[in-house]
Design a binder for this molecule. Structure first.
Ligand SMILES: Nc1ncnc2c1ncn2[C@@H]1O[C@H](COP(=O)(O)OP(=O)(O)O)[C@@H](O)[C@H]1O
Ligand SMILES: [Mg+2]
Length: 237
């Protein structure tokens, strides 16, 4: 298990990000998806393949988080292998290439996000099948090397459901066995992480988090009520 760096979140996830599995982390902008992925990467100790399609990866932020944890920023950055595909086609090539790139030195793969390019080109034919194939490749890599893979996803407003939903929900949920949703709480910097699906943990559990210089931290408020599995709905914007 790969630690998230937050004790309560590790517990929620049954120990952390699981090897051999695609974990989907989704939520609206600035909910902390990138911060969480970078934090897990930082703490993984090994090499990390980071596919950045949104330009959300920041060496400055990584350095800040490293220093706040007493780690060497240059050493941390040196463990990241950064890929920046400019469109969905390049993303397909990059993800296909991971089959050759990943070896035993790697402890994590992050795709941040898998749907940014997909959304732009959504009207093109066969795009969903292509997305499915990319996820299939990622799953192969996760299993082959027994490492966790974090698949970050965006949200869109589903008018039929009347609420925010993950993009390409069916295609992603078919392959992502563990699903974590990040929400902004009204006002302030508080965030909530809700377990939407897990292989062996009850769904609906949630923990409160905040984003700090260090990265993602426990918000240390009374979570007694939520251990019972209360899930707030519709607070994500
Ligand atoms: N040093 C910091 N201290 C506190 N919050 C920060 C710091 N750096 C960035 N943030 C906050 O992190 C949030 C962005 O998180 P990010 O992981 O990029 O979100 P996402 O990937 O979901 O869009 C913003 O709300 C920003 O204000
Ligand atoms: Mg991001």
């Amino acid at each position: 298990m790969l630690t998230t760096g937050v004790e309560s979140l590790d517990e929620l996830l049954g120990g952390g990000f699981a090897p051999g599995v695609l974990t989907q982390v989704y939520g609206s902008f600035a909910t902390g998806k990138t911060t969480l992925a970078v934090q897990a990467a930082l703490l993984s100790g090994g090499k990390v393949a980071y596919v950045d399609t949104e330009g959300g990866f920041s060496p400055e932020r990584l350095a800040q988080m490293s220093k706040a944890r007493g780690l060497n920023p240059e050493e941390s950055l040196g463990r990241f292998l950064l890929f920046i595909p400019m469109d969905f086609k390049e993303q397909r090539r990059v993800i296909g290439g991971l089959k050759r790139v990943i070896n035993r030195e790697f402890s994590l793969v992050v795709v941040d996000s898998i749907t940014a390019h997909y959304r732009v080109e959504e009207s093109r034919r066969n795009l969903t099948a292509d997305l499915g194939r990319q996820l299939q490749t990622l799953l192969w890599v996760a299993r082959k090397h027994d490492i966790p893979i974090i698949v970050i996803n965006q949200v869109h407003y589903d008018s039929r459901a009347g609420r925010m939903k993950p993009v390409a929900e069916h295609t992603l949920n078919y392959r992502c066995k563990d699903i974590l949703r990040l929400d902004k709480l009204n006002g302030g910097g508080m965030r909530a992480a809700v377990l939407e699906r897990h292989r062996f943990r009850p769904e609906g559990g949630m923990v409160y988090l905040r984003i700090t210089e260090k990265g993602i931290e426990d918000a240390f408020i009374d979570q007694g009520q939520n251990q019972a599995g209360q899930t707030p709905r519709g607070i994500s914007s």
